[in-house]
Design a protein around this ligand. Structure first.
Ligand code: FES
Length: 384
């Protein structure tokens, strides 16, 4: 079938039967003509195949794909097997632990970067030098145009010589496969750990403030030395101030691991706030006796996304979360009054023992942290 001989002349639209008889090259040329595209220049990078320069270029591309595949594999290995659990600075294994985050960042970055470099190198080294000029069209494409696009893509694939470059295809497949596997593992791995293991004692049901066998749980400061136990007494704290406290049991004294664990558990930090005397307070129903005098203890973990709500504004009695500016009112059971948080900060019931030290009267009676834990099943467990 003949199409237009003058590249600027619109070709006759072929019938479906004529299209079926055409070779892919003819259909691709027809596609260009139908789209008012004039190919001014199309020069392959390696007109003679099998030269040393061509093989060198091919090896360069494959090398980058291989680097990407190896980095992806190393990322997977580190992600799955490197010790990632927190180790305190003075504990054995601290240095190895500190390498975890830099290593997974570095290896994943290298895998993605070398994949990108490989693709760019391939385009630069093997795509033909082509200059085409196209007139602009209005309106949707007709059926012929849609069919010819496919032929154009096939021809473009042939021009880039990818079909006969098995080394590049294999190394690219390995790089993309390993990277895809790594991303898949990273997405699925957190779902494998069962947070409900331990049933009623599972980490998601209880916090370190729960008393075990009736043992007292004291409020302690973090002095920077986990083995130095500094308990909190009411007279230690000035009116209008806030202090961060953690749980402590006498049975854990001298137990380095347990003391470390109590300081680093994400649901352990509590803000102990001493309101100024005479400050009017609204109590939450059922929690009227959770405070001790002017002292109120709230979880420090923001109910929006779990940041530490570390700022207490003495003048307005507001607790501020620096992450997304949620504000909670210390004088109204930690109720959110501004920002994205929708749930009050859980309040810890506290009192003072016969020796004058603050202790918890029980565990929190609601979930700590982000609101997505607030599912109906939790409330049906009669946790208070
Ligand atoms: S985490 Fe506190 S406001 Fe978002």
């Amino acid at each position: 079938m003949s199409t237009a001989t003058n590249p600027h002349e619109k070709p006759r639209t072929p019938t479906a039967a004529e299209l079926d008889e055409m070779t892919p090259d003819q259909v691709a040329t027809l596609a260009a003509n139908l789209d008012d595209v004039v190919v001014v220049k199309n020069t392959p990078k390696f007109p003679i195949s099998g030269t040393r320069a061509e093989r060198r270029a091919e090896r360069a591309v494959a090398t980058w794909f291989v680097i990407s595949a190896l980095s992806g594999l190393a990322f997977l290995g580190v992600y799955l097997f490197w010790p990632f659990e927190y180790v305190a600075p003075d504990q054995p294994g601290y240095f190895v632990y500190t390498l975890y985050t830099p290593l997974i960042g570095l290896l994943l970055g290298l895998a993605v970067l070398s994949l990108g470099v490989a693709v760019i190198t391939y385009v630069k080294k093997f795509f033909p030098d082509e200059v085409s000029v196209q007139q602009r069209h209005d309106g949707p494409s007709d059926e012929v145009a849609r069919r010819t696009v496919v032929a154009q893509l096939v021809k473009a694939g042939q021009d880039t010589t990818i079909a006969r470059r098995s080394l590049i295809k294999r190394s690219a497949g390995a790089a993309a496969g390993v990277l895809g596997l790594g991303v898949g593992v990273a997405a699925v791995a957190p779902l494998i750990h069962n947070p409900w293991k331990g049933r009623d004692d599972a980490d998601l049901w209880v916090t370190p403030w729960r008393s075990i066998n009736g043992e007292k749980v004291y409020l302690r400061r973090d002095t920077g030395d986990p083995s130095e136990i500094s308990l909190v007494r009411p007279e230690d704290q000035e009116a209008g101030s806030m202090e961060t406290v953690f749980p402590f049991r006498e049975s854990e004294r001298g137990d380095e691991e347990a003391l470390h664990a109590a300081l680093r558990r994400s649901d352990a930090p509590v803000m102990l706030i001493r309101l100024r005397p005479g400050t009017p307070v609204v109590h939450r129903e059922g929690q009227e006796d959770y405070h001790y005098g002017d002292f109120y203890a709230f979880s420090k973990i923001c109910t929006h996304l779990g940041c530490p709500t570390s700022l207490y504004e003495q003048q307005t009695q507001r607790i501020l979360c620096p992450c997304h500016q949620s504000q909670f009112l210390a004088t109204e059971y930690g109720k959110p009054i501004f920002g994205p948080a929708a749930r009050p900060l859980p309040q810890l019931p506290i009192t003072v023992d016969e020796d004058g030290y603050f202790i918890a009267r029980g565990d929190f009676n609601e979930p700590i942290g982000p609101g997505f834990w607030e599912w109906p099943g939790f409330w049906n467990r009669g946790r208070s």
